[in-house]
Write a new protein. Structure first.
Length: 266
């Protein structure tokens, strides 16, 4: 047996136990203590302490300095909140995406930014025989190579963009993909100025897209709404004509989302 194979089970078991500890944080105010956690998980107190310390160092747990009990940390709470908001966004958007797909005759997507990638979380395919099928939600593409991704990146500061893309050269998908970070920064300035983003064969040579932000009443960014089209159906001169219908649908989705969140709060 190779050394790599022999050493593999320990980190896998440690990861499994770490995930089991996360499940003990049942609410933001629910304390988790080392003795309780070690008994529940069937591991030694010293191992439990190491795992909780690692979670604390990554922001997934925090420790009360007086009681020494652990509580859910900001990273864990932020992840939970993000998932809840994405679920609410999907529910608020579904009907309007179907309406927009029927009206535009093109594939409609709602995307969010996860790290440096754009992920489609809701989509409705075009009713046309020749249409674009978006990637499943679990797959992401470089945000700089998609209209939705560029719309979302334009909401970030230059420093935030540089943190996402630390190298001056970017990986390219096609001959039309932005290849340099400096080129991306210039294009994001244009996106901010005009209020929408486009992609012409940057991820797939046969696919063009246009996208804009779904923005809340107080300026919140909920996601990006976009149309994916076969390249021959979305030449550059047709883009402006698609913006009104996109803006209308983005406004409908934002209002529905905020109405649902307000109702849940009450």
């Amino acid at each position: 047996m190779s050394r790599a194979v022999a050493e593999e089970p320990y980190p896998v078991r440690s990861l499994a136990k770490g995930l089991e500890i996360l499940l003990l944080f049942k609410s933001p105010d629910h304390p988790v203590r080392i003795t309780q956690a070690s008994q529940t998980l069937g591991i030694s107190p010293s191992t439990t302490h190491r795992l909780l310390s690692m979670l604390r160092s990554r922001g997934f747990a925090r420790q009360d300095p007086k009681t020494h009990a652990y509580y859910a940390g900001p990273a864990l709470l932020g992840l939970a909140q993000s998932l809840l908001e994405e679920g609410a966004l999907c529910r608020a958007a579904q009907l309007e995406l179907e309406t927009l797909a029927t009206r535009s005759r093109e594939t409609v997507v709602l995307a969010v930014l996860r790290g440096s990638e754009a992920h489609v979380i809701v989509s409705v395919e075009s009713p046309e025989a020749l249409r674009v099928a978006p990637l499943p939600w679990r797959f992401g593409v470089p945000a700089y190579a998609t209209a939705a991704g560029k719309a979302l990146l334009a909401e970030l500061s230059r420093l935030q963009v540089r943190r996402l893309y630390s190298k001056p050269k970017l990986d390219v998908r096609t001959v039309h993909t932005i290849a340099k970070r400096s080129e991306l920064e210039r294009e994001l300035i244009e996106v901010r100025n005009c209020g929408y983003a486009t992609s012409f064969g940057e991820t797939n040579l046969n696919v063009n897209s246009v996208s804009l932000i779904i923005r809340g009443s107080k300026g919140e960014v909920y996601g990006a709404l976009g149309l994916l089209c076969p390249s021959q159906r979305l030449p550059r001169e047709r883009v402006v004509g698609m913006l009104d219908v996109l803006r209308r649908s983005a406004g409908v989705i934002a209002r529905r989302l905020e109405a649902s969140l307000f109702t849940n709060i009450d």
